[in-house]
Write a protein that binds this ligand. Sequence first.
Ligand SMILES: Cc1cc2nc3c(=O)[nH]c(=O)nc-3n(C[C@H](O)[C@H](O)[C@H](O)COP(=O)(O)OP(=O)(O)OC[C@H]3O[C@@H](n4cnc5c(N)ncnc54)[C@H](O)[C@@H]3O)c2cc1C
Length: 558
Amino acid sequence: MITPDDLTRISLFAQIPAGERRTIADHAADVVLNEDEWLLLEGQGAAFYGLLEGRIEVYKWLGRRNQCIAAYEPGEYFGEVPLLLGAPAIASLRAASKSRVMRLEPQEFLELVTKCHVLSGEISKTMMARVSRVRQWTIDSPPAMATVTGRELDVECYKLREFLMLNRIPFTWNDSGGEAASGPPVVELADGRTLVGPSLRDLARALELEVDPKLDSYDVVIVGGGPAGLAAAVYGASEGLCTLLLERFACGGQAGVSSRIENYLGFPAGLTGDELSARAYQQAGRLGAELLTARSVEAIEPAVAAGEPHTVVLDGGTRLSSRTVILATGVNWRRLDVPGIERLAGHGVYYGAARSEAMRFNGKRVHLVGGGNSAGQAAMYFASYASSVTLLVRGAKLADSMSQYLIDQLHTKSNVTIEMEACVVGVEGTDALEAIEVECGSSARRERRPSDGLFVFIGATPETGWLPPAVIRDQWDYLCTGRDVMDLLRERATDAWPLERDPYLFETSVPGVLAAGDVRHGSVKRVSAAVGEGSMAIAVTHQYLAELQASMPAAGGV
Ligand SMILES: Cc1cc2nc3c(=O)[nH]c(=O)nc-3n(C[C@H](O)[C@H](O)[C@H](O)COP(=O)(O)OP(=O)(O)OC[C@H]3O[C@@H](n4cnc5c(N)ncnc54)[C@H](O)[C@@H]3O)c2cc1C
C-alpha cells in the first residue's frame, strides 16, 4: 500500500501539502516488479507512475528494434505525456531491477492536474522537456536503415523494395537510371556496409532479422506468418510450447498488404494490415515465440512411427524436428492468362497490392483487375497517388463480390472509374507495360488503353505442391482437415488414416500435422477466421501432445 510518506520520495509530490498527499496515496496502486518484468507496453492504455525503488528502463520500437532509449531512477515520475495528449503509451517500461512503482489511473491523474495548480505547472514543464526529447530521438534515429540502388523496372529491385516495406524496414530508393544498365541491385545499410545483389536471406541477416533457428527440435513448428500463423505463434508461446514460426517473405501474409481492414473486431476505425502484422509480430515475439523471416519450408517428412517427431526441411537444407506442425501457408494470387504477360511481371504488371510501388505511380494511369475487396482496397490506396485508377471487373454487379462499404468509398473518389463486364485480353510493352487491351461489355468489343501499371487481383490458389502426398488435398489443392479427411479418403476408397480415432479438428491426414487459415479446405478467407483457426490449432496441438504423452510407456518400471 502506498503511504503519504512514500510519496515524499517522489520529487513532484514532496512540495504539496500533506492532505493532498494522503488523497493521492489513497488512490494509488502499489506495483512491485521483478527484474525484467514489463510495467507497460507501447500502445497500451497509459497511466501515471512514480518510481519509489529500483530502476525502470524505457523501450521504444525504432525501425524493427525495441531499443532502450532512457531510464528512470527513484524519485522520478512518468506517463504524463500520453495521458495529456489522450494517446496510448508511446514507449514500453521495463524494470531493470526489482522495483516499486506507484500508479495512478488516468481519471485520478487528470483530476489531480485539474485541481492542483502547483502539480499542473510542474507536470506541464516536464512534459514540454520530454516532448522535445522524443523529437530529438526521431531526428537522431536514421530515417532509413537501407538505401536500394538499381534500375526501376528490375524485378530484383522490386522484390527488395517489397521485402523491406513489408518487413517495416525504413528504406530509400535510388533509381540508377540507365547508368548501371546491367548491374545487380546494391543495398547500402545505415552502418556503411554494402551488399551487392543480396538474396533476401542475406539482406534479412544483415538487418539483424532472425533467420536461423536457435534449436534443433520444437514442440510446434508453424509454417507461414500470416494472421493464422501469427495467432498460432501467440497462443503456442503463451501456453508454454516451444514454438518456431517460419515465414518465407514477411510476417503479415496477405493481411500485411491490406491497406485498411475495416471488419476486424475491436478496431472501430479499421486498421492497416501493416499495423495488424506489426502488433501481432511484436506480441508473438514478446511471448517467447521464435519468428524467422526469409526462410521457406521446402519439405515435411512425416514421423516414421507413432510418437516420433516430424522433420521439417528448410531452404538451404536445414533440418528440424518437431512434435507437431501447423501449416498456415495461405494462398497466392492467381495468374492472369494473357499472352506475353509474364514477361512484363514486375515491369508494370503486378500480382496483389504491391504497396511499395504506389508512390512510383504518382500522376500515372493505373488499371486494377478484379472485383473483390482486395481490388477495392487497392483502388482506394492508389487513388491517392495515380492520376486515374480504373477497376476492371468481369462480372455484371460489383455488389456480388465487394463489400458495400468499399463500393461506397470508391464512389467518393473522383479519379476512380469502375468498369463492369470488362476483361483484360492483351498487354503491350517492350521494356515495360505501355498499354492493355480490354474486352468490354456483352458485345465483347476490344479497346486499347494506354496504361502505366496493371495490378491483378483475380482470386487465389493455395501452393501446396511441396507437401508429401500423405497430406491429402481437395481438387483445388486446399488441405483437408478433420472430418473432411475421412470423407475424402472414403470417396477415394483408401484407408490411409493410420489411427483408430478420427482426425481432430484442423488435423490433416498426417497425425500431428495441422492446417489453419486460407490454405485449409472450407476456410472462410477472412483475417478474423484465420486468427481464430490459428489459435484453435494450438488447442488441438495440446490435445495431440497429451495423446502422445499418454501413449508413451511409463518410465522407471522394473
Ligand atoms: C489486399 C487484401 C485485402 C484483404 N482485406 C481483408 C479485409 O479487409 N478483411 C478480411 O477479413 N480479410 C481481408 N483479406 C483476406 C485476409 O487477408 C486473409 O484471409 C488472411 O490473411 C489469411 O491468413 P492466412 O494466415 O491463412 O494466410 P496468408 O495471409 O496468406 O499468410 C500465409 C503466409 O505463409 C507464407 N508462406 C507460404 N508458404 C510458405 C512456406 N513454404 N514457407 C514459409 N512461409 C510460407 C506466405 O509468405 C504468407 O506470409 C484481404 C486479403 C488481401 C490480399
